[in-house]
Design a protein around this ligand. Structure first.
Ligand code: SF4
Length: 440
């Protein structure tokens, strides 16, 4: 049978799509090639929601295209958000690409690949809702930590965001389907389950008429074998008392909130088609910290949104200084064609966007280092992820660290340890975003 290779880019939700396609390909008799050079077909599962992501996707596509000359590759297939968003433009503008597959056709990947290898190259775009959210997966990444995608699409329609156009309206999975998958994942050895969607706090609104995230989390806590349950991509307006109480009261739920607020100036938020302002967001952060004292709050900000004045930016910088987020990411505004904000006449120049982003991240590095200093001498639980042969110690994450976006903890141990186990570590030092410690 044919060998395939898959490269998946972008966010955890896209990674889950890739894992589903890998599973159906494996069940379809394909072999997963160890090396891209051996593959008869290479699939690049792309991200495509902002400029940088598109560049990365094109780099990976051109990189893989080399194997059509140097390797066994007879079909280069592009799936994911870039494919869904740009469709035939992908094959027209990148002739190395043989087939472009929209997200609604992921379920037909077996036939698409076979046809492409055998020379029948046809782009495929099923309806977005055809994407099966309950399909089986072959897990990438660590076998003990993975994502649970509970919905796809988004109804919030922020003016700068292309995702609703790419992924469509929000479609939630039923609670029982999510719990059933969680049980399978736990039986397969998953101990940390990370709940994701474009807006996890909106989970269930489309099929149950109200947010069902608290209910879902409580059900997931009943799944044996899961040790940590983490939620990413919550929406500030939908952080309810019920959600706070659920997170505070359930031991398995890590005290971690990922709340992209994007900005704090009321006028800017309005133009983003978001609500709130400095005071409402400040009150929200204070409320979460009052309910869950040892909580870790991560946020994401955008600098250089059209029309952003020096005063409005200073307001944002002041908020970051005052609120001292445990974790923070900041991106420059990217004018995405087809979005409302890209049509705004008062676009900001690139250098100003970058200067403002760097200003925020400089501040945040200080805050993060100070917050890490405060942890020295304390003991934390750690999920062991690996061994660093260069510095000869183990590394892992604390409950305060989400994969890929947050820091790590590096620690010495006086005995061999098992990856995927949870241990207690005394924190002795820190370097920027990372912690150093020793096993106790
Ligand atoms: S909530 Fe997130 S995914 Fe949805 S439109 Fe806004 S930025 Fe995009």
């Amino acid at each position: 049978m044919y060998k395939i290779s898959m490269v998946s880019l972008g966010c955890p939700k896209n990674q889950v799509d890739a894992e589903m396609m890998l599973s159906s390909l494996k069940n379809g008799g394909y072999e997963i090639a160890a090396e891209e050079a051996e593959a008869d077909a290479i699939i690049i599962n792309t991200c495509g929601f902002i400029e940088d992501a598109k560049k990365e996707a094109i780099e990976n596509i051109l990189e893989a295209a080399r194997y059509k000359k140097t390797g066994k590759c007879r079909a280069l297939i592009v799936t994911g958000c870039l494919a869904e968003r740009y469709r035939d433009d992908v094959t027209e503008e990148i002739p190395e690409v043989d087939v472009c597959v929209g997200i609604g056709s992921n379920g037909r990947i077996c036939d698409i690949v076979k046809n492409a290898i055998e020379g029948k190259k046809q782009n495929c775009y099923g309806e977005k809702y055809e994407l099966d959210l309950n399909a089986d997966r072959i897990l990438g990444g660590y076998p003990f930590s993975t994502y649970l995608k509970v919905a796809d699409g988004c109804d919030n329609c922020c003016t700068y965001c292309a995702i609703p156009k790419i992924r469509g309206r929000m479609r939630s999975r039923r609670i029982e389907d999510c719990v059933a998958e969680a049980k399978i994942l736990a039986e397969r050895g998953v101990k940390e389950l990370i709940v994701v969607a474009q807006d996890t706090t909106a989970y269930g609104e489309d099929i149950y008429g109200k947010s069902m995230l608290p209910e879902l989390l409580r059900e997931l806590c009943k799944v044996e074998g899961l040790h940590w349950i983490r939620t990413l991509y919550t929406y500030p307006d939908r952080i309810t008392d019920e959600l706070l109480d659920t997170v505070a009261s359930e031991e398995k739920i890590v005290k971690y909130f990922d709340i992209p607020i994007q900005h704090v100036n009321g006028e800017i938020l309005k133009r983003m088609n978001r609500t709130g302002d400095y005071n409402t967001l400040s009150a929200l952060i204070d409320k979460i910290r009052a309910k869950i004292p040892d909580v870790t709050i991560r946020t994401t900000l955008i600098t250089g949104f059209p029309g952003e004045t020096e005063e409005q930016f200073s307001e944002l910088a002041r908020f970051v200084k005052e609120k001292r987020f445990e974790r923070l990411g900041c991106f420059t505004y990217s004018a995405e064609e087809g979005t409302v904000a890209a049509e705004f006449s008062d676009q900001i120049d690139e250098q100003t966007k970058v200067d403002r982003m760097e200003n925020i991240m400089e501040q945040q590095l200080t805050v993060a280092a100070e917050k890490n200093e405060e942890k020295i001498g304390s003991v934390t639980e750690v999920l062991i992820e690996g061994w660093d042969d260069y510095i000869k110690c183990y590394f892992g994450r604390t409950p305060a660290d989400a994969p890929d976006v947050d820091g790590k903890i590096f620690f010495m141990a006086d005995r061999p340890l098992v990856l995927g186990d949870f241990v207690k570590v005394q924190i002795n030092d820190c370097i920027d975003y990372d912690l150093l410690g020793e096993l106790i």
